[in-house]
Design a binder for this molecule. Structure first.
Ligand code: FES
Ligand code: FES
Length: 156
C-alpha cells in the first residue's frame, strides 16, 4: 500500500505494508541510514527520530500511524536551532566514541533543548534515560547538553 510521509520537509510516497516500522522505511526505502537499529523493541533509543518534534522510537512506530506528521531525522536535525547547538557542543566535548548510539542521543537531546532551554540535571537525566550507550559516554552527553543550554540562553 502507498503511504505519503513527510521527512525532513520533503514528501515521499512509499509502497510498504502499513505495519512496517518507520525505521525500515527510512533506512531501506528512503536510504536514510543515519537512524540506527539497536534493539528493535523501544529499549535502546538508537532509532530515535522526531515526530512533530517529539522524540519517537521509529523501530516500533508503524508507518501507517504517522499520517501527515512531520518527521525529522538526524540527517536534518542540524538545520534546526536546537539541533545545530547540540551538534556543535557534541563536537566541542568530543562526546562520540563508537558512534552507534549517537544519532539517537542527539535526537533526544535536541528535542529536550527545543522544549526546555534550561534543563536541570534531573530533567536531562529524565529526557535521556531511554538512550543507551554501551561506550558509556553519558557524562560527556550531559556536559554537552548543559553547554548547549548555556550557549543559548534560550534553547530554540
Ligand atoms: S532500535 Fe528502537 S529503541 Fe532500540
Ligand atoms: S558511542 Fe558507542 S554506543 Fe554510544
Amino acid at each position: 500500500m502507498a503511504f505519503t510521509i513527510t521527512v525532513n520537509g520533503k514528501t515521499h510516497s512509499v509502497d510498504v505494508d502499513g505495519d512496517t516500522p518507520l525505521l525500515w522505511v527510512l533506512r531501506d526505502v528512503l536510504g536514510m541510514t543515519g537512524t540506527k537499529f539497536g534493539c528493535g523493541t523501544a529499549l535502546c533509543g538508537a532509532c530515535t527520530v522526531h515526530v512533530n518534534g517529539v522524540p519517537t522510537r521509529s523501530c516500533v512506530t508503524p508507518v501507517d500511524s504517522v499520517g501527515s506528521s512531520k518527521i525529522t531525522t538526524i540527517e536534518a536535525i542540524g538545520s534546526t536551532p536546537a539541533g545545530a547547538k547540540i551538534q556543535k557542543t557534541w563536537l566541542d566535548r568530543e562526546v562520540v566514541q563508537c558512534g552507534y548510539c549517537q544519532s539517537g542521543q542527539i535526537m533526544s537531546a535536541s528535542a529536550l533543548l527545543a522544549s526546555n532551554p534550561r534543563p536541570t540535571d534531573s530533567e536531562i537525566d529524565d529526557a535521556m534515560s531511554g538512550n543507551m550507550c554501551r561506550c558509556g559516554t553519558y557524562v560527556r552527553i550531559r556536559e554537552a547538553i548543559k553547554q548547549a543550554a548555556q550557549s543559548t540562553g534560550q534553547g530554540g
